[in-house]
Design a protein around this ligand. Structure first.
Ligand code: IMP
Length: 190
């Protein structure tokens, strides 16, 4: 029987990419951040809002490292640009499911890069009048900032490298890689 061959995308195996943070190092930092959030919100309820798709894995680990009552919600944005470079304009493609008015909200993101996404989302969330709003990000690339915005909880600050893994993608690939790895420049990293 003839086999139909589908073209295979030219993505190099993640095992060939240098590890920036191992899954053990990530787990250690997530536990520390979770403990910090648990202390900061002792006795209160929080809403964790993940930014799809990149923050899904960080949110699921972080949520389990937090020992206060919590609920989840997710938003999705698009940045009008494929690949590594965002064009600047951000558009909401999935809104909150439930009202956050009067709630303690933590916005959970994979990377704080130029700041365009989180400043757009922060403004949008503030319009819903939460009791408080903080930002947790797995990675922070301060050198790349175009808009002044800082996260309250950061696992790691990194220089201007393009990374994949732990939810972060290159053209939608590599999100399931357990470690955070450096994308080589010849493969599209920088
Ligand atoms: P910002 O609006 O420039 O802060 O963009 C943040 C978004 O850009 C992140 O949520 C990621 O989706 C994406 N991003 C920025 N840097 C990287 C990277 O090194 N790897 C993968 N995605 C990245």
């Amino acid at each position: 029987m003839a086999t139909t061959l589908t073209p295979v995308a030219q993505f190099i195996p993640s095992s060939q990419m240098e590890v920036l943070y191992s899954k053990e190092e990530i787990a250690g930092r997530v536990r520390e951040i979770g403990a910090e959030i648990t202390r900061d919100y002792a006795g209160q309820s929080i809403v964790l809002i993940g930014v799809l798709k990149g923050a899904a894995i960080f949110l699921s680990d972080l949520a389990r490292a937090i020992q206060v009552d919590s609920t989840f919600d997710f938003v999705a944005v698009t940045s009008y640009g494929k690949g590594k470079v965002s064009s600047g304009a951000v558009k909401l493609i999935k809104d909150l499911d439930a009202s956050i008015e009067g709630k303690h909200v933590i916005l959970v993101e994979d990377i704080l890069d130029t700041g365009l996404t989180l400043s757009y989302l922060r403004k949008m969330m503030m319009a819903h009048k939460p009791a408080s709003l903080k930002i947790a990000t797995c990675l922070d690339k301060p050198e790349r900032r175009k808009i002044a915005i800082e996260a309250d909880y950061i696992c790691f600050k990194i220089p201007n490298h393009f990374v994949i893994g732990y939810g972060m993608d290159y053209s939608e690939h590599y999100r399931n890689v357990e470690d955070i790895r450096l994308m080589p420049p010849e493969q599209g990293g920088h």
